[in-house]
Design a protein around this ligand. Sequence first.
Ligand SMILES: *Cc1c(COP(=O)(O)O)cnc(C)c1O
Length: 369
Amino acid sequence: MNQWPEWLPLKESLRQRTPYGAPQLEAEARLNTNENPYPLPASVVSAIESSIGAQLAGLNRYPDRDAKVLRQHLVHYIKKHVIKDDALSITSKNVWPANGSNEVLQSILLAFGEKAAGFSPSYSMHRILTESVGKSFKSVPLKADFSPDFEMLKGFLSARKPEIFFVTTPNNPTGRSLNSSEIASIAEAMAVHRGLLVVDEAYGEFSDEQSAIALLDRYPNLIVVRTLSKAFAFAGARLGYAVARPEAIDALQLVRLPYHLSALTQAAGIAAIENADILLSGVSQLKASREMVAEGLRALGLTVIPSDANFILFGGEALVAAKNLWQRLLDRGVLIRDVGIEGYLRVTIGTEAENKKFLETLSELLPRS
Ligand SMILES: *Cc1c(COP(=O)(O)O)cnc(C)c1O
């Protein structure tokens, strides 16, 4: 599609590509990128302002390369909110923050192995990042109900022996979670050929399952990747982090850019984590709304994939029969996501007004049965 000029020595493998990204369009209800719909409350805005303000005169110097204070805050957050165990043996050495979890994922791919793999459908950036650093990615199809076929997976892993396997849980775009023993069984299968299991928990705060961080004691070959972009209502700040054994964290330092995380991002992140209770207060509302939206979709005769995240994948005959549904919703001010799965669309849970607008508009557009 792209006509790149002759003089530009673009890599062959990139020539047919387009940059990743959902359309950033204005719409009354923007329900396409799984952000938290609630703006930051004024009290948190001022806390972030003063935290950033304290850094400004010092911007002539490079930031703390090791983000020591931010790391301590992340450790505290994990113990208090994620695993809820003060005795958990996680320290700053187990944590590495970066500019969004996408930077963490890219660093993992730069540091480890030649072959990566993951389920399909899942987060498409895992493949895109793998291929953009010149490595190969193979996908293992999920079953028709979007759950993994563990027998098939084990056969695949022992034959292909990828150094990296990605699991997204709750999965994007399906919303389904794996439980701890399922994660453990994949980690075990990866360990047989000295592979790493990367668990992408971008939606972890919305899930009823335990974080894979609790498995780090038993499985050194785990890297858990999390973000402040979703539940934390902090997507614009770009902050994600890895939680892993110190040796794996040390290996990531070999490929990180010098001073990759700005003093401003670190300061904003520290203030955000200090206000975690407030920033995460929308999560229970969003989970309740998720069940209401699921109910509304079922009432319209649609199929709903059970979701443990802040979005829902839905489909069914009525959706297929309503031609061009994505565009027609957008024309009426409702932006959702076509994730490229035939017969399905994905909607992010928004504010109550947005959810209502989505369900009402959808019901107008579906063919009457
Ligand atoms: C949204 C999302 C991310 C978040 O990326 P950031 O770079 O942290 O904003 C990571 N993984 C998955 C599966 C996601 O859906």
